[in-house]
Design a protein around this ligand. Sequence first.
Ligand SMILES: CC(C)(COP(=O)(O)OP(=O)(O)OC[C@H]1O[C@@H](n2cnc3c(N)ncnc32)[C@H](O)[C@@H]1OP(=O)(O)O)[C@@H](O)C(=O)NCCC(=O)NCCSC(=O)CCCC(=O)O
Ligand SMILES: Cc1cc2nc3c(=O)[nH]c(=O)nc-3n(C[C@H](O)[C@H](O)[C@H](O)COP(=O)(O)OP(=O)(O)OC[C@H]3O[C@@H](n4cnc5c(N)ncnc54)[C@H](O)[C@@H]3O)c2cc1C
Length: 664
Amino acid sequence: MEGVDYLADERKKAEFDVNEMKIVWAGSRHNFELSDRISKLVANDPGFSKEGRTMLPRKELFKNTLRKATYAWKRIIELRLSEEEAAKLRHFVDEPAFTDLHWGMFIPAIKGQGTDEQQKKWLPLAYKMQIIGCYAQTELGHGSNVQGLETTATFDPQTDEFVIHSPTLTSSKWWPGGLGKVSTHAVVYARLITNGKDYGINGFIVQLRSLEDHKPLPGVTVGDIGLKFGNGAYNTMDNGVLRFDHVRIPRDQMLMRVSQVTREGKYVQSDVPRQLLYGTMVYVRQTIVSDASNALSRAVCIATRYSAVRRQFGSQNGGQEIQVIDYKTQQNRLFPLLASAYAFRFVGEWLKWLYTDVTQRLQANDFSTLPEAHACTAGLKSLTTTATADGIEECRKLCGGHGYLCSSGLPELFAVYVPACTYEGDNTVLLLQVARFLMKTVSQLGSGKKPVGTIAYMGRIEHLMQCRSDVKQAKDWLKPSAVVEAFEARAARMSVACAQNLSKFDNPEEGFAELAADLAEAAVAHCQLIVVSKFIEKLQQDIPGEGVKQQLEVLCGIYYLFLLHKHQGDFLGTGYITSKQASLANDQLRALYSQLRPNAISLVDAFNYTDHFLDSILGRYDGNVYPKLYEAAWKDPLNQSDIADGFHEYIRPLLKQQLRTARL
Ligand SMILES: CC(C)(COP(=O)(O)OP(=O)(O)OC[C@H]1O[C@@H](n2cnc3c(N)ncnc32)[C@H](O)[C@@H]1OP(=O)(O)O)[C@@H](O)C(=O)NCCC(=O)NCCSC(=O)CCCC(=O)O
Ligand SMILES: Cc1cc2nc3c(=O)[nH]c(=O)nc-3n(C[C@H](O)[C@H](O)[C@H](O)COP(=O)(O)OP(=O)(O)OC[C@H]3O[C@@H](n4cnc5c(N)ncnc54)[C@H](O)[C@@H]3O)c2cc1C
């Protein structure tokens, strides 16, 4: 029981009020109480047990997910949970399921792209789960290039219907979650054709399966696309394939907020921008940023607790060995991830605000902030999911050999998380969207159009192109103004360098393609600036609780100094800092690691995760790792008998043969 006492000692070292930090992490007292209550409700309900999940064959795994999702719905109804509480419950059940897409994409697509009338008709059915929907956009041949989708929706004025058709193999819908085995309906993205003219992509509500016996409707071929990465993991989801053979739907099932087709077959474009068709993706990308902080904090919680329990080397006079968390290399790998989890939390909060603001504006027909919202959601989705996927894998390595066991929770967390780098937009493709936005901004600098919001810094381009860091000693790197200027100057100079290189090409598209790798790096620099700025802005707020703000300052410092160290080439290459100043930044970073060290365990306790949610022996709250690892091994099906199945067939004949050879 050594571990139990050990983490208790660690907790005593905390220099701040952990309960207050829990509220900062949750975003508000209300959010904290909500998460705390619902996570415990899920953890204490045997219906949501995760026991043996990674051992189940696919069919059983999937059925188990159906059972859990239905049980969750039953509890939501019985307990009369609000929409907010219900969403939390699904979150803490912690198993990818068709319901994620139903609530997370099908309903938002109808809300964002449907007319009031369409919303009135479809949303009540969806809210009661009398229909179950998915988001069918991606095809076998195209995912990133949405304009390249091939499914057609041809208007037939004779019958006032659209004919939905998959003209080629590559037009088969491929990937939509919840489609394979569950959804009764889908929002299908298809090329709208009327009067022989192709008007590009639009959304259509299409029924796929009978509401009576769940059989695919005539003309619909639908199934699961097969086993995915990892054991268990995302295989709880029925990502699907779907083909249409001239399936007819009424005209009013075209989502008509952005454009309409009249009874006569006339195409009418509303005064809202066509980009609103992509609105569901903007919404989901924004939620993915908060999810990144959830996933990363979970991995970091496991790796931090285990790093305090684990000891290697350095025993003096028969005393205890060193806790691996005390190695500076371990700190240099772990603490920036802990800081990133907090950074992503705060930028996620801010992005939620931005999204709400843009939605309100859109409702009032003000579309001015849409490009920035797109650039921010795309860029931050890309930045945070890349860092989180890499971070989870780093946490696995930080846990040494035991991190490779499924019982550490890390392999499954990684396998479930890593597709976030691809879905909702491949991370590189999304960075290039940010780069386009940046190049447009730079090209308009002389036009008198003042950059606002996250690109307001470009308005000070002349200063940012020539200023130099005035850092003279390590602690100067703790000054927010010094840091923000460093990140602004680096981002601005990288963008301007790209713009200058682009201007050498006669054809801008050719130039963009040729310089894509540099452009993606400039986009990363811009996105890192946003995260750093939002963290610093958070610290300017009034934050109650003894020592809480100080800890956040340490975390913020670690976040930006680690980035500065990692991307030293950019900061030096653009000439904003000298190598001496880079080295001072590193000195300060090391000092911050030492300040963070006694608080590390309490900083991960502030995430307030239940052992059920973490589902990790290495990350147990009580640190009681070794007895539980030992116990868990014996639960493996291989250990149900001393003699393995297959012994008589394979091992015994082998041994006999060796015996004969030995006698020879
Ligand atoms: C990559 C692009 C952006 C390219 O679009 P395009 O129209 O060919 O590109 P373009 O000419 O560069 O852009 C035209 C213009 O559209 C703008 N734009 C592009 N996207 C958006 C948006 N979301 N909101 C607002 N504006 C947007 C661009 O900035 C361009 O604007 P501009 O003309 O420069 O003013 C797009 O096609 C795209 O988003 N691809 C990624 C596909 C994707 O994310 N699929 C998601 C499928 S659902 C899913 O994965 C579910 C995940 C499961 C889960 O969450 O659990
Ligand atoms: C687990 C999971 C769940 C999903 N759920 C859904 C869903 O519910 N509904 C749905 O419709 N879709 C879903 N998708 C599909 C997903 O949205 C797409 O896979 C994603 O948008 C990436 O598109 P792609 O597969 O076409 O990748 P590709 O674009 O083919 O990417 C392949 C490679 O090409 C590169 N590349 C592509 N274009 C460019 C470019 N212009 N410049 C430089 N590099 C480029 C990419 O960076 C990448 O390295 C899901 C995918 C996964 C993995």
